[in-house]
Design a protein around this ligand. Structure first.
Ligand code: ADP
Ligand code: MG
Length: 686
């Protein structure tokens, strides 16, 4: 199907349309109404007045037309039909309107009927001048999502014009349409723009009408086709064969103070198999907080190093990167592995030294923050990229690291996330993402008991903290999240720290927050890890990754301000040892509906997957996986939750079309992608 040419409407219109993403005729045609107005029926003025309270269309002749100045300038037009009179009131109007609605002119007006002080009236109705007996439209009038400077009239005309120019051929082959009971493209689109008066309006508004189903299917098919194509393109790229599970891997395993869980063993095998392949792995390692992802990623790194390649591990925050660095260095350096450390806060000299180690290949493993993706960082032989908490990075950042391979090879990529994404959702976003799940916690962990407590009972909570510390347990005290102001958040944290230090004079209270220098932060963290600090007051810098098994009580202040997955992440900092752990969610009443639901969920379950499922219910899928940057942005009509059945069908059809590689099927694929994605396919390639 040749892409239809855009004609040349005046420059301004074109640019206004472009601003809302409407560049081609097909874009316009696929710009579907968000709702409709029913102008297919006229009621008498008397009927409208009697039934009142909603939108009606009436028709009458102007019997009075005056500009009133009380209480302010306005145009008052009275129309009359056989049944009665109706006042039309316009607060803002042009001079031309006064003439347009001169006495004796016949008007069709549509608006909400109100009973005002002077009887029934319509304020700012839409109206048009008509001749007696002018036919009524036979279809509902579309109301489109509009943009600045784009009235419905302009959009309706632009879309109607575009519909005359496009090629209507159906891009889904007849056999598939028939099998899936999909209606044809042209009637579906036309129905959605101009639904007949007797259409099932409920099905239209719910997007469950067969015409909508056809649109959603087409949209999802385009998504699946382009994702699968990207996957194929990736497979064609070469990656280093990391064949060797050798001396380092074995020594590393043998030296661990624990045995891998069954789940860890399974995912290690999955990753090992991928790394041996000659095309780049793209695997997401999911595991609830505390499930032991770090050791799995270290094993992957060991395989790369055993095979003569470098590995890089990137974490979203300095604290987290540092934890990885310390832990992994402690495991691996005794085995002769050279680990380089690279973050933004390093002094210039240290940075240069790290860079040199990376470039010369002296460093086997590089751990750091986004500093790793700087242009100045050049790897000698990068074989594996590990990204922790991957959803915190943008697609572009991950891509940059992946592009740091050498000899034209693309390094393997292992992404890790403790934010569990329902599998189907993950597959929908990244058709080419493999997912490994650690669905088992290391043995000996005791469950975390969670309580929600009113802020009013803060004193009792402080006593509890004291009692816990006396038993030799350590405590996190998480300060409220203040999204609007980092300064205010810092102030609150400092105040909390001071009052706690004052109320607990026999205890050592420490404070960490995002504004501290890394070295200062580390000093406090070290003291906490060493057990010298009993209570650690923290802003959300401890959200991810921090691992202090002796900490078994967590207090979260203003828990109602945190999102569900954040709360889950935070809570995951306790329950890492064998002591029974407790998480106290302090809240400020009264609680809103959503906050109440969240706190209840936290009390009821510690299962990250269940929490993710409920989060999805409360919040919708948009925020998972940094999803907005990938698949979701493409989906205008389909909803990944409610339209899962269509997703499945679209995936099957995409597979079928791509598998054959016959010229016919390829033509179908090209035509369909051109229609639905235009030039936007590029951004899915990641
Ligand atoms: P996360 O998946 O949240 O990143 P970590 O990798 O930090 O979890 O692991 C949490 C803790 O569990 C660490 O102290 C780690 O050393 C320990 N751990 C990991 N695997 C096991 C295991 N199989 N047995 C016992 N402890 C383990
Ligand atoms: Mg971790």
């Amino acid at each position: 199907m040749p892409a239809s040419k855009t004609t040349n409407p005046p420059k301004t219109l074109e640019s206004k349309l472009a601003r809302i993403g409407l560049r081609s005729d097909m874009d316009l045609v696929l710009h579907l109404p968000m709702r409709y107005e029913d102008e297919t029926r006229i009621v008498t003025i008397r009927e409208a007045c009697m039934r009142g309270g909603q939108t009606w269309q009436v028709e009458g002749v102007v019997v009075k037309n005056e500009i009133s100045y009380k209480p302010r300038r306005q145009l008052l037009v009275t129309i009359q039909d056989d049944s009665g009179d109706l006042l039309l009131r316009f607060m803002n109007f042009y001079g031309s309107q006064t003439k347009q609605m001169a006495e004796g002119v016949r008007i069709r007006a549509r608006g909400e009927l109100k009973h005002g002080f002077f009887g029934a009236e319509m304020v700012h109705p839409t109206y048009k001048v008509v001749n007696e007996g002018a036919p009524l439209p036979s279809s509902l009038t579309p109301v489109y999502p509009a943009g600045e400077g784009l009235s419905q009239t302009i959009l309706r005309k632009a879309i109607a014009d575009a519909m005359k120019r496009i090629d209507w051929s159906d891009t889904v082959p007849p056999g598939i349409r028939k099998r899936l009971e999909l209606i044809d493209f042209e009637p579906a689109v036309k129905l959605l723009h101009y639904p007949p008066a007797d259409v099932d309006e409920y099905a239209l508004s719910e997007k469950s009408h067969p015409a909508w189903e056809r649109m959603k299917f087409d949209e999802l098919l385009a998504q699946q086709l382009s994702l699968k194509r990207a996957q194929r393109a990736r497979r064609e790229k070469g990656a280093p064969h990391l064949r060797a599970v050798g001396a380092l891997s074995e020594a590393f395993l043998a030296g661990l103070p624990f045995k891998l869980t069954g789940a860890q063993q399974r995912v290690v095998e999955e990753i090992r198999a991928d790394l041996r392949e000659g095309y780049p792995m793209q695997r997401l390692l999911q595991g609830d907080v505390g499930s032991g992802k770090t050791v799995v990623s270290a094993l992957a790194a060991a395989q790369a190093i055993d095979s003569g390649y470098q590995a890089a591990l990137m974490a979203p925050t300095e604290i987290l990167a540092e934890q990885h660095f310390r832990k992994i260095a402690a495991w691996m350096e005794p085995l002769g592995v050279k680990v380089a450390w690279l973050t933004g806060s390093l002094k210039k000299k240290e940075k240069t030294a790290s860079n040199e180690m990376i470039e010369s290949g002296e460093a086997h493993l590089v751990i750091g923050t986004h500093a790793l993706i700087q242009d100045t960082v050049q790897f000698a032989k990068l074989g594996l990229v590990i990204v922790d908490e991957q959803h915190r990075f943008g697609v572009g950042q991950r891509l940059t690291l992946r592009n740091k391979g050498s000899d034209g090879l693309v390094p393997h990529q292992l992404m890790m996330s403790a934010t569990p994404i329902p599998r189907t959702l993950a597959m929908t976003y990244y058709a080419d993402l493999e997912v490994s799940v650690i669905d088992e916690l290391p043995p000996g962990r005791s469950p975390i008991v969670t309580r929600a407590i009113d802020q009013m009972r803060r004193d009792e909570v402080i006593e509890r903290v004291y009692a816990a510390a006396l038993e030799g347990r350590q405590v996190y005290w998480v300060c409220p999240l203040i999204e609007e102001s980092e300064a205010l958040q810092l102030q609150t944290a400092t105040e909390t720290y001071e009052t706690l230090a004052e109320s607990l004079p026999d205890l050592q209270v420490g404070l960490v927050h995002g504004r501290m220098k890394p070295a200062e932060k580390q000093e406090v963290m070290d003291a906490f890890i060493a057990g010298q600090v009993h209570v650690l007051v923290a802003t959300t810098v401890i959200e991810v990754g921090v691992d202090v098994p002796n900490a078994s009580l967590m207090v979260i202040e203003h828990a109602e301000r945190f999102g569900l997955s954040q709360l889950h992440q935070l809570r995951g900092r306790v329950g890492r040892g064998t002591a029974a752990s407790v998480c106290l969610l302090l809240y400020q009443s009264p609680l809103g509906q959503v906050a109440k639901q969240r706190l209840m969920t936290m009390r009821e379950t510690t299962d990250g997957f269940e929490i993710a499922r409920r989060d999805l219910e409360i919040r919708g899928p948009g925020e998972f996986l940094g999803a907005r940057q990938s698949g979701q942005a493409m989906l205008r009509f389909a909803d990944l939750e409610t339209d899962q059945w269509l997703v499945d069908r679209a995936r099957d059809v995409a597979q079928y079309l791509l598998d054959g590689e016959t010229p016919e099927r390829m033509a179908v694929v090209d035509a369909h992608l051109a229609r639905w994605l235009g030039g936007r396919e590029e951004f899915l390639k990641v």
